[in-house]
Write a protein that binds this ligand. Structure first.
Ligand code: IMP
Length: 201
């Protein structure tokens, strides 16, 4: 596995929630991060139907455009009884002509599962891709299992956080302190694997 020797990476994301969470996760390692939006990079189209495929598209695009190693995150929320939907289409389910509306996206899920047996199992998944300008990449996958909460609770986090309770927890991700969510989230799980590339042999 290739190790990261550079002290600065480009974060191949324009999602403010992810930027905040990833910035928080990388801080202890002294890696400075510039975001794709700070560099004025476009967002490539996510044309694959897997987290890994879309993570690769985003990281390679940013690494080639910036000439620096780039990290992308492709993630989503999956409901078991919906065969894993919205999954890779989690952001699309929130799309409206006025931007993303996650209250609407959460209601769409609830409409489909309200008559199902409870609790409804759900999970967050995350694939990180670290890509270098020479075309090499490394993938790291993480997930967290839990169940659906309804009605949504809490104003912390982003996206589907208010309707998800992680296994063993009582609060939704939307109610948990960000610092507590970051210890157990799907992204934290994937990051634990990525962090190894920051360590010197
Ligand atoms: P992506 O930018 O295509 O990876 O979209 C990921 C989408 O999945 C986000 O817009 C959120 O809707 C959802 N998502 C991913 N991670 C989280 C999380 O930690 N909390 C809540 N929603 C998330």
């Amino acid at each position: 596995m290739r190790k990261l020797n550079e002290k600065q990476i480009v974060l191949a994301s324009h999602n403010k929630g992810k930027l905040k969470e990833i910035g928080h996760l990388l801080k202890p390692f002294g890696i400075s991060v510039i975001s794709a939006s700070d560099l004025g990079l476009d967002e490539p189209e996510e044309t694959e139907n897997t987290y890994a495929g879309n993570a690769r598209i985003k990281a390679h695009f940013a690494a080639k455009a910036s000439g620096k190693p780039a990290l992308s995150d492709d993630s989503g929320f999956s409901v078991e009884i919906l065969d894993g939907a919205p999954g890779v289409y989690s952001a699309d389910w929130a799309e409206t002509s006025n931007g993303r509306n996650f209250s609407m996206a959460m209601s769409k899920i609830w409409d489909k599962i309200q008559h199902a047996e409870k609790p409804c199992k759900a999970k967050f998944c995350c694939t990180l891709c670290l890509a270098w300008p020479d075309g090499h990449d490394e993938l790291f996958e993480g997930s967290i299992n839990g169940e659906i909460a309804w009605p949504p609770r809490g104003n912390n986090g982003f996206g589907y956080d208010p309707m998800f309770i992680a296994e063993g927890m009582h609060q939704t991700f939307g109610e948990m302190l960000p610092t507590d969510k970051h210890l157990i989230s799907h992204r934290a799980d994937a990051f634990k694997k990525l962090i190894k590339t920051f360590e010197k042999e």
